[in-house]
Ligand binder design. Structure first.
Ligand SMILES: NC(=O)c1ccc[n+]([C@@H]2O[C@H](COP(=O)([O-])OP(=O)(O)OC[C@H]3O[C@@H](n4cnc5c(N)ncnc54)[C@H](O)[C@@H]3O)[C@@H](O)[C@H]2O)c1
Length: 421
């Protein structure tokens, strides 16, 4: 398929790396985003996404990339990729309003042969049941005949130095076999390996299976961390030993809670869909409950540790190290650091934070003081809680300086004044 013009709708964590990769592969790329500050920043050569550098954006702009907010500036395109957010509603149901709006935009731009690919994570059936009718109504054409429609989940692992867009296999599933072919042909030009799903529904489910698998396994070790402490077992050491098994085991590690979009949010899409069948998806709901309780557990452990050293949490100076949801990135979405700071403050602690990736940080609209000098801040704190083990940190050195330390990442050997989750 001679696809030369690519339109990316939604230029965030998913859309921007895709736009960069398509431009690199020689496509003429246009980006459309409803937020003017994003498109203006990109046109000025500034990236707002961890995995994309300013130089990559500037290079793409120099090659002819345009980022626009005004829909009337968009023309016809060979390929339209939808990468808009899929948050949850207040009732924890899927909020597909951005997907619908982006599909309406795509519908107005369809021309014969256009491929529309949905990359937003969503419940199985969305491409077929929500996106397809909107596009068919807008174009008066049928999917698979007048245009192609497929789902292709984004599997980006922010901050992963080994696997990026090009060398992570790309799953594609069309609403018809011809649509799968069209999607495979496009993605085959921008990444190393394409995996064909039986249809869009299996492609949608594959993404949710991957996320749920992580969610459930993290919940398993988080629950084990809580009782292992009471059983006087070092779970971290047990995981290290188990991980030497060359088959049948993949290590997951306890932590202060789960963040980002993929793990805390996306599996809800699947449990929502399962509930429409009249019964719950118990694994997801249990994982949600266990992982969601971790910030409370961390706060309790902080209070206990201080108490053992004859100090109340109320009035204690607590320094949080690393407030992003993942190490070595700036993304704070759903970071467990936020509920931890909220709970610590609620119990009277004076909370400050240090994070090389976060210049300022607010919790519930109230600024949390930022420590500029790590060494001095660690020395001044009554308790240091290591939440994210960014590469720039030297945990052993921090532990030597800290009066008391709670290590939620299992990177510091235990000592009388240092506890691990
Ligand atoms: N971030 C990740 O690591 C990741 C990984 C895999 C899948 N996903 C999924 O990909 C989707 C996008 O996630 P993201 O992290 O890129 O979100 P994001 O918030 O970083 O970016 C989405 C962008 O879409 C724009 N937008 C919203 N509505 C629009 C519309 N109608 N038209 C044009 N632009 C619009 C927003 O302004 C925003 O810039 C979600 O469904 C998410 O679950 C994300």
């Amino acid at each position: 398929m001679p696809a030369e013009d690519v339109l990316v709708i939604g230029l965030g964590y998913v859309g921007l790396p895709l736009a960069v990769q398509a431009a690199r592969a020689g496509f003429r790329v246009t980006g459309y985003d409803t937020r003017a500050e994003i498109t203006a920043g990109l046109m000025a050569g500034r990236s707002h996404v961890d995995d994309v550098t300013d130089a990559e954006v500037a290079g793409m702009v120099a090659q002819g990339f345009r980022a626009v907010t005004d829909e009337t500036r968009l023309g016809g395109h060979d390929v339209i990729v939808i990468c808009v957010p899929t948050p949850l509603t207040v009732a924890d149901g899927p909020d597909l309003s951005a997907v619908r709006a982006a599909t309406d935009t795509a519908g107005r731009l369809l021309r014969p042969g256009t491929l529309v690919s949905l990359e937003s994570t969503t419940y199985p059936g969305t491409t077929e049941e929500v996106v397809r009718p909107l596009l068919e109504k807008a174009s008066g054409q049928s999917a698979g005949l007048g245009f192609s429609l497929a789902f292709s989940p984004e599997r980006i692992d922010p901050g992963n130095p080994e696997f990026g867009f090009a060398n992570t296999p790309k799953i594609v599933g069309g609403v018809t076999p011809a649509c799968t072919d069209a999607a495979a042909s496009f993605y085959g030009r921008i990444c190393d390996q394409v995996v064909r799903a039986k249809s869009a529904r299996e492609a949608e489910m594959a993404k949710l299976l991957e996320n749920t698998y992580r969610h459930v396994n993290i919940a398993l070790v988080n629950e084990m961390a809580i009782f292992c402490r009471e059983l006087d077992v070092d779970l971290w050491d047990a995981i290290r030993c188990a991980a030497t098994k060359p088959f049948g085991f993949q290590p997951f590690y306890p932590g202060p809670g789960v963040g980002g979009h993929c793990i805390p949010i996306d599996p809800n899409y699947l449990s929502y869909k399962v509930r429409t069948l009249g019964y719950p998806f118990r694994f997801v709901e249990l994982a949600q409950e266990i992982n969601g309780r971790m910030p409370r557990y961390v706060t309790e452990r902080a209070a206990e540790l201080l108490n053992r050293h004859a100090q109340p949490l109320n009035g204690a100076r607590v320094l949080l190290l690393g407030v992003t949801y993942k190490r070595d990135i700036a993304d704070q979405r759903e970071s467990p650091a936020r509920p931890i700071a909220r709970k610590l403050r609620g119990r009277g602690a004076a909370v400050a934070y240090h994070d090389p990736y976060v210049p300022d940080w607010q919790v519930d609209g109230q600024a949390v003081p930022r420590a500029e000098d790590l060494e001095a801040a660690v020395a001044a704190a009554d308790l240091v809680i290591l939440l994210q083990s960014h590469q720039g940190y030297d945990p052993a050195r921090i532990a030597r300086t800290a009066r008391l330390m709670l290590d939620t990442r299992g990177v510091v050997p235990a000592a009388p004044h240092v506890e691990t989750l």
